[in-house]
Design a binder for this molecule. Sequence first.
Ligand code: HEM
Length: 501
Amino acid sequence: MERKLVFWEGMTRWWSESFLLMGMVLLQIPLLFIWGLYRLRRNKEIRKVKIGRIPRGSSGWPFIGETLDFIASGYTSKPVNFMEKRKSLYGKVFRTHILGKPIIVSTDADVNKFVLQNHGSVFVPCYPKSVTELLGKSSILQMNGSLQRRVHALIGGFLRSPQLKSHITHDIEDSVKFSLSSLIAEKRLIFLQDEIKKITFEILVKVLMSIGRGEDLNYLKREYEEFIKGLICLPIKFPGTRLYKSLKAKERLLKMVRRIVEERKECLDRRGDKGLANDAIEVLLRDRGESKQRMPLDFISGNIIEMMIPGEDSVPMVITLAVKFLGDSPVALKRLVEENMELKRQKAQSNYEYTWTDYTSLPFTQNVINETLRMANIINAVWRKALRDVEIKGHLIPKGWCVLASFTSIHMDEENYENPYQFDPWRWEQSGISVNSNAFTPFGGGQRLCPGLEFSRLEISIFLHHLVTTYRWVAEEDNIIYFPTVKMRRKLPISIMPIEH
Ligand code: HEM
């Protein structure tokens, strides 16, 4: 009897508790509904506020956005017009839709600095699809985090080292003197852009993998040219398409570079890590990192090829444009010749060889290089993708959006440079104009600042010195085109002859 009572008591409690629970759940449904509605409205409001803070601008036509206008500006003598037009309508930071993506464009030096400095945790590189296909995920240009920092530091340390600069100075001198004199012996009219590209390619390949003139260099050049053609193309990949051909060329390049990397590894294993590294392959092979592991050989081979991309076209184009700008500015050319002739005379009197610092310490020559870099805008912008919502100077860059930090707009802005379209190397002598300011970023900045900066400046200085102290030239009429990359329309034809002393 007592057991029955306990049972019924238990049942009654169970029922009443369940009933209470059900009541509470039922009561919660409308509450949940109301709360859901409230959240929905709130999110909508937050979105509205966010959209309000996304920079103003236009998305243009469906699908193509404002791409046609962007490309058309690239074909004019003032590609910055695309930015200028929108800047005047919406302000220095605006929204557009180009190359299939909504993009926030910054023409503001402080915003650009933020984008360049906040790399890795906030912004990652964002390239067109054809570029990402050709680069591969483990390319320094695409990777992020500690591996990017490690490779960047290794390559930057090597390219900046006085030891490299010291021995590469003689290689550059030899290449420049040999190539120019043999060219002039053959013909008087040369297409400067092409000829300089040959010289600088030879130097780049020497720095990266110690290959000298000969069959290997010719093969590498041929395949590299085939590979690079696909960097800006339709991202369609089947036999016959541009992208496919470029990927095949990359396979062949990889095979060749992998063979060289293996030979160098065997050599290092035999000889040990003694002495200075000869080239970038050796720098990467020697490093063991925190895990005491050598980087995989395929990774090293791929990165050596990919490092040719930022280095291969930029240096020869800066030299070509310096020659073009100097040809159009006889006063600047005269001053440059005087400064370099003075150095040549000193060297001849002292009977000493040139050191790398001789070249980089000529102030006017360095100003000519700064001014050329400012006006040439070889790398006109960097593209980044936001990993999370970011607010800069009151502008929202939503997660997943791309931001284009335009360097050209800053370099050609009257607020930063008086008469920005005038080639004026003397402006770099004025106070307030400095290579270290946010308004001068031809080599980018932050964690991805070009590791080849000092090496490039040295190469350009040596080239200009030997050109202006040994030859004079007359350039034919030619124009700069800016799309898809900076080039001379006619490859800058010049008649060149030795200076008679
Ligand atoms: C005048 C010549 C050059 C210019 C104007 C230039 C410009 C630049 C710029 C703007 C970047 C930054 C890209 C970004 O932030 O996404 C960069 C990165 C880079 N540059 Fe250069 N560059 C030049 C020459 C060179 C040379 C000669 C080399 C190699 C020997 C080189 C190797 C690199 C590499 C490896 C990176 C990627 C760094 C990283 O992402 O960590 N560059 N360059």
